[in-house]
Design a protein around this ligand. Structure first.
Ligand code: SAM
Length: 232
């Protein structure tokens, strides 16, 4: 189990100095733009973003932008990771579903927020990325995470219901299967729109199973490809 106070991330010698640049990212890109949840700021200060990227992008890891990962996919801009995480409001003990594992960076942040006894199930459709994410997460003892390969638009019915669902790729609308697998009460955050531009949508499922939607930040994500998403 990761414990960021007693069990710090296993970093190589030349990775140890990320704290100063991560702190600068937190202050200048997140806090200055209104991210206020101290748990989110702390998680983003602790998660070594550079460790999720190849050596060629090491020095740009904390830049204010999305960066390339594998197979034409991206690791989202730090600010967008923070906005989505703040909206999702993961509390200790929650069961979380993430669709679009990518490098596993956002997954690690969700896993930290769900500690001590919460779990994250994350689905990635690309085998190479799922392998990369598993290797990345393994370095940080993230043993409250399960990475699955498959079409995340169909969710993970055997692992649900989920208190929180985060979709990190752009959808034409919230997939029905994910709404069904959301606990009541529960919350989903998902970028919805066309293939070129979207807005983050927060969907709250109430105790009686009805939904309330709120639209917030404009964004641009890679497409959610799948049965209840876009065609490849
Ligand atoms: N949050 C990730 C990170 O920290 O690296 C970045 C996620 S990236 C913006 C979106 C990911 O969604 C891509 O890795 C893509 O392969 C994946 N994806 C797209 N459609 C999917 C689907 N139907 N099921 C699972 N993953 C999907």
């Amino acid at each position: 189990m990761i414990n960021w106070q007693n069990d710090p991330p296993r970093l190589l010698a030349d990775e140890q100095d990320f704290g100063r640049v991560a702190e600068h990212m937190v202050q200048s890109q997140l806090a200055a733009r209104g991210i206020a949840d101290p748990r989110v700021l702390r998680a983003m200060r602790c998660a070594p973003r550079h460790a999720f990227l190849g050596p060629a992008l090491f020095r740009r890891a904390y830049d204010d932008c999305a960066l390339a990962s594998l197979n034409n996919q991206t690791i989202s801009q730090p600010y967008m990771v923070a906005v989505m995480t703040e909206l999702l409001d993961v509390q200790p003990g929650m069961s979380v579903l993430e669709v679009g594992t990518g490098t596993g960076y956002q997954t690690l942040i969700l896993a930290m927020l769900a500690l001590p006894d919460g779990r994250v199930t994350s689905i990635e459709r690309d085998d190479d990325l799922a392998d990369l994410a598993r290797a990345n997460l393994d370095r940080f003892n993230a043993d409250n995470v399960t990475v699955l390969v498959g079409d995340g638009t169909l969710g993970a019915p055997d692992a649900g219901p989920f208190d929180r669902v985060l979709v990190t790729a752009a959808a034409p609308d919230a997939p029905r299967a994910l709404l069904d697998q959301l606990a009541a009460p529960g919350r989903m955050v998902i970028p919805v729109g066309d293939r070129d531009s979207q807005s983050l949508i927060t969907i709250d499922k109430r105790d009686d199973g009805t939904f309330r939607r709120a639209m917030s930040t404009p964004c641009r994500f890679v497409p959610l490809i799948g049965e209840q998403g876009w065609d490849a």
